[in-house]
Design a protein around this ligand. Structure first.
Ligand SMILES: [Zn+2]
Length: 233
């Protein structure tokens, strides 16, 4: 299935040379409705990075649509998720338990907007780190693999305005601002031309809101921010 274009190249994710044997969809096709899957970014990847990333995607693709708030949220949930739950019995049980605890309208055929998911914010952040590496290469041929430093996470709301102000810094050269699949996935990114590995990112996935994020009970976060930097000297 891998075209020649993606074989024998440097793996974008681990940085090993001449090892790629597949074209990885940086943003998994499974996030999107079938009508939205054309022309998604692809990069060369080795099979071990591709497999590790796929496992993460498979988990998140089953859980995240339950928290979707974007414009095609219900289509996404109804069309994409049932088949995935059948293939993952344990996760299915966890989601049903959560559903039973949270269900509020006896007959309303919808999820409560306050539905809480067994969603691991670290897994979402880890996937965003993969996407930062893949998209930096796709847009700018920038290498963010080690020893470059890279981190993505949810942030406390008090940090958001400072993070947003950083995007306005005139030092940034390249700007990317994408909205794929009617809000299914959005990302904004900037890069520093004199230091190609210095980048700043913001992702939203399905408009999902994280509640009680990492040690902050009651706090809500709806975007994941990421930054990369060249190695400290
Ligand atoms: Zn690799």
């Amino acid at each position: 299935m891998a075209s020649k274009r993606f074989r024998g190249k440097r793996c974008v994710y681990c940085g090993r040379q001449e090892i790629s044997d597949t074209g990885d969809h940086v943003i998994a096709r499974g996030f999107f409705l079938p009508s939205q899957r054309a022309n998604l970014p692809q990069v060369p990847a080795c099979s071990s990075c591709n497999n590790a990333k796929s496992q993460l995607e498979h988990h998140l693709l089953t859980v995240l649509p339950f928290g979707a708030r974007h414009s095609t949220a219900s289509l996404t949930l109804n069309e994409l998720v049932p088949g995935r739950l059948e293939r993952n019995a344990r996760l299915h049980r966890e989601l049903l338990d959560a559903w039973n605890r949270q269900w509020q309208g006896a007959y309303a055929p919808r999820w409560s907007p306050e539905m809480k998911l067994p969603l691991d914010g670290n897994k979402v952040a880890r996937l965003c780190e993969y996407m930062m590496i893949g998209l930096a290469w796709y847009h700018w041929q920038a290498d963010l693999t080690p020893p470059n430093e890279l981190r993505a996470s949810f942030f406390h709301p008090s940090a958001i305005s400072s993070l947003e102000r950083l995007f306005g810094n005139p030092q940034w050269g390249a700007h990317v601002n994408e909205n794929i699949g009617a809000g299914t996935l959005t990302y904004r990114a900037v890069q520093d031309p004199p230091a190609p590995a210095r980048t700043l990112w913001r992702f939203t996935i399905y408009g999902v809101v994280m509640d009680d994020a990492a040690g902050w009970p009651g706090v809500r976060a709806d975007a994941i921010y990421g930054a990369s930097n060249p190695p400290r000297t």
